[in-house]
Design a protein around this ligand. Structure first.
Ligand code: HEC
Length: 122
């Protein structure tokens, strides 16, 4: 009984990260190719877009000294893997993205990898 429970738990540990999360290393490569021209990953550095340091879990449009669009300032939905996924799928179609001139990441796998990478920025 206990043995079976432990087996099931181990199976869960072994399989769930691959299903639920992306690959941070692959996400970093995608980030460097598609986001880095506009976004720095270190604290306090804004480029065309705001710094994405520690972005997961924070309120949108809260980097000081960055001139966000009114749409982004009106967005009160915390950046979570779910809200980031919707935003990155179609930044300009998503009401929050009017100022981000980027077509988005159409592949769910790419988005999941990038979001996993963003979670390491803290
Ligand atoms: C062409 C430049 C550009 C590219 C490329 C770009 N962004 Fe942006 N990003 C912006 C701008 C500008 C804003 C501010 C949007 C606004 O105020 O409406 C922004 C905002 C954001 C925000 C909200 C930040 C906050 O402080 O609330 C996130 C998250 C984000 N971008 C992620 C990404 C990711 C991840 C990629 C790559 C997959 C990416 N962006 C590619 C310019 C860009």
């Amino acid at each position: 009984m206990t043995g079976r429970l432990i087996f099931v738990l181990m199976l869960g540990l072994a399989t769930s990260p691959a299903v639920a999360e992306g690959d941070a290393a692959a996400g970093k490569t995608i980030f460097q190719r598609t986001c880095e021209n506009c976004h720095a990953t270190v604290i306090g550095v804004n480029k065309i877009g705001p710094s994405l340091w520690n972005v997961v879990g924070r309120t949108p449009a809260t980097i000081p000294d960055f001139a966000y669009s009114d749409a982004m300032k009106a967005n009160k939905q915390t950046w979570t893997p779910t809200t980031l996924d919707a935003y990155l799928a179609d930044p300009r179609g998503d009401v929050h993205g009017v100022k981000m001139f980027f077509r988005g990441l159409p592949s769910p796998g790419d988005r999941s990898d990038v979001i996993t990478y963003l979670q390491t920025l803290k």
